[in-house]
Design a binder for this molecule. Structure first.
Ligand SMILES: Cc1cc2nc3c(=O)[nH]c(=O)nc-3n(C[C@H](O)[C@H](O)[C@H](O)COP(=O)(O)OP(=O)(O)OC[C@H]3O[C@@H](n4cnc5c(N)ncnc54)[C@H](O)[C@@H]3O)c2cc1C
Length: 300
């Protein structure tokens, strides 16, 4: 989003593709409730708020192509053809960890049950004043449990005794009366009873099965991400990352890469680093497209 906005600020006609129905990448889908403390200017900012601000700061001249996983990039004369639908002089790959899909809840469910099973939370309101189950043991599960415990009764179910997420968040949850923590349990059966999900939970290591009812559940088993599509576009890459030079250029003239998809010695996978890379790439594109123009960086 920042890259697209910065391109538009430089007067470039810009199209932003995302494979998901919503923009926001990892902060929006993996850790929306996290308090981020390493973004310049903000002492702290909730991940979802950062995404909201980035989204609203995209100029209206940027076209958003959502639910569009870019599959094919071909060079035609001096242009690139993206999935046969869009022509571009330059391309910036910002696919992060790749296009991701949530790991699914492992039990067969009817349509009415499936409607109550979620893989991420973008807005707490539809979950208020209910009993919510959260399955998983990482940061997302703990963050969602913490966020939803402000408005609902929460049951947190994890297959291991120990959680992988932040200990201070776990300690907060353990101190709350409206939070039940169940470990080590795995979902074993699911039925639809009295408009609720009636889920059997099997204790690991013995045959004990307990039952709990939920209005809705959130499955935080993580996401499978893949950047394999990028490998088809002719750029030098390893299994997950694209190699770039100091101007963020790939080996293919006109194709750049920024953010977590890139690799070079010393790169750290942080949001702020990606912002800087975006500016470097856009200025490299400006130099390439308009070699006679001397950009007045200060007036941007
Ligand atoms: C749990 C967790 C906590 C974190 N906390 C912090 C933190 O506190 N501070 C910090 O600075 N960083 C943090 N990070 C790292 C930070 O989230 C990443 O560095 C950042 O999201 C990278 O941004 P990106 O735009 O490169 O990639 P992403 O955020 O991964 O976004 C990539 C986007 O590209 C889309 N996409 C992928 N493939 C395609 C395709 N073929 N076609 C179209 N669209 C595609 C995806 O749908 C996605 O929207 C954290 C990461 C995790 C997992």
């Amino acid at each position: 989003m920042f890259t697209a906005g910065y391109a538009a600020l430089n007067g470039l006609n810009t199209v932003l593709f995302d494979s998901l129905a919503e923009v926001g990448g990892q902060p929006e889908f993996l850790y929306p409730f996290k308090e981020i403390v390493n973004i310049p200017v903000y002492q702290q900012i909730i991940a979802a708020d950062l995404i909201k601000r980035l989204h609203t700061s995209i100029p209206s001249t940027v076209s958003l192509e959502l639910k569009h996983p870019v599959k094919q990039v071909t060079k035609v004369d001096s242009h690139f053809l993206i999935d046969q639908t869009c022509q571009a002089r330059s391309i910036i790959i910002a696919t992060g960890a790749g296009s991701f899909k949530p790991k699914q809840f492992p039990l067969p469910m009817s349509a009415e049950m499936t409607a109550k099973v979620h893989y991420y939370v973008r807005n707490i309101k539809p979950f208020a004043n209910q009993t919510i189950g959260i399955f998983g043991g990482g940061d997302s599960a703990l963050d969602w449990a913490k966020g939803l415990s402000q408005v609902s009764t929460v049951r947190l179910i994890h297959r291991r005794e120990h959680f992988r997420g932040l200990e201070s968040t776990l300690a907060t949850l353990q101190s709350q009366e409206n939070v039940e923590i169940l470990t080590p349990y795995l979902p074993h059966s699911i039925t639809w009873q009295n408009k609720q999900l009636h889920i059997g939970l099997k204790r690991l290591g013995d045959q004990t099965i307990i039952y709990r009812d939920f209005d809705q559940i959130i499955v935080a088993y993580g996401f499978r991400a893949n950047n394999r599509l990028v490998g088809n576009w002719g750029v030098n890459s390893n299994a997950t990352n694209v190699f770039v030079d100091r101007t963020m250029a790939t080996n293919v003239e006109g194709i750049y890469a920024v953010g977590d998809v890139t690799t070079y010695p010393g790169r750290v996978p942080l949001i702020g680093v990606g912002f800087g890379e975006a500016q470097t790439a856009i200025h490299a594109i400006m130099r390439q497209l308009f070699p006679d123009k001397n950009p007045n960086l200060q007036s941007l």
